[in-house]
Design a protein around this ligand. Structure first.
Ligand code: TYD
Length: 197
């Protein structure tokens, strides 16, 4: 089973991911978690480049996809095949929201590359933590180059549009809730959706 967590920077994804991993492990499940971009030595090197310099939007898109191909082919697919639950901090929806809606690249092309880089694997369930960009930016101590108000507004709208189109897969969570409340909501959705939880 593949579960992804999405949202703009400062939404609280990483904290929710950690607590969800702990919850599932306490229930006796074998769980692995990765973050995108990253998760393999090559993908971590690409991450460094992506976060620390200004890049042409097309180059940026292709680097995110290269990082994804490395992670999916070296880790995610083998993990899923061995029966593990895989949690991802960001996946294909981030690329559509950031590079498609945020940077304005052709969305059909982004979706095509997303499918190609992820070898067609799709999340079974996605949690989108939705929050006002103003609130999210206030939470961030150290900003990277993706964290600019106008840009994050377009990214947020993008995420919400994707969620509207794929309501069955994507569950929207209110990022103003406390982490305990967020985890409570995630647990009840997981129990609802998957018998073994
Ligand atoms: P993230 O790891 O969430 O950043 P941080 O460690 O600062 O919380 O993601 C790194 C940045 O990359 C984030 O600003 C979003 C951006 N990103 C894209 O633009 N496209 C993508 O496909 C992905 C996966 C991330």
């Amino acid at each position: 089973m593949l579960i992804t967590i999405e949202g703009i920077d400062g939404a609280g994804k990483s904290t929710l991911l950690k607590s969800t991993v702990s919850f599932l492990r306490e229930r006796g499940h074998e769980v692995v978690a990765y973050r995108e971009p990253g998760g393999t030595p090559l993908a971590e090197e690409i991450r460094e480049k992506l976060l620390n310099q200004n890049l042409d939007p097309i180059v940026e898109l292709l680097l995110f996809e290269a990082s994804r191909a490395s992670l999916v082919r070296e880790k995610v697919i083998p993990d899923l095949q061995s029966g593990k639950i895989v949690l991802l901090d960001r996946f294909v929806d981030s690329t559509l929201a950031y590079q498609g809606y945020g940077r304005g690249l052709d969305r059909d092309l982004v979706e095509m590359l997303n499918n190609f880089a992820s070898s067609g694997i799709k999340p079974d369930l996605t949690f989108l933590i939705d929050i006002e960009p103003e609130v999210a930016l206030r939470r961030l101590k150290k900003r990277d180059r993706f964290e600019e108000l106008g840009f994050l507004r377009r990214v947020r709208e993008g995420f919400l549009e994707i969620a509207k189109r794929e309501g069955e897969r994507i569950k929207v969570l209110d990022g103003n809730l406390s982490q305990d409340e967020l985890l409570g909501t995630v647990i009840s959705i997981l129990k609802d959706r998957f018998e073994f939880v």
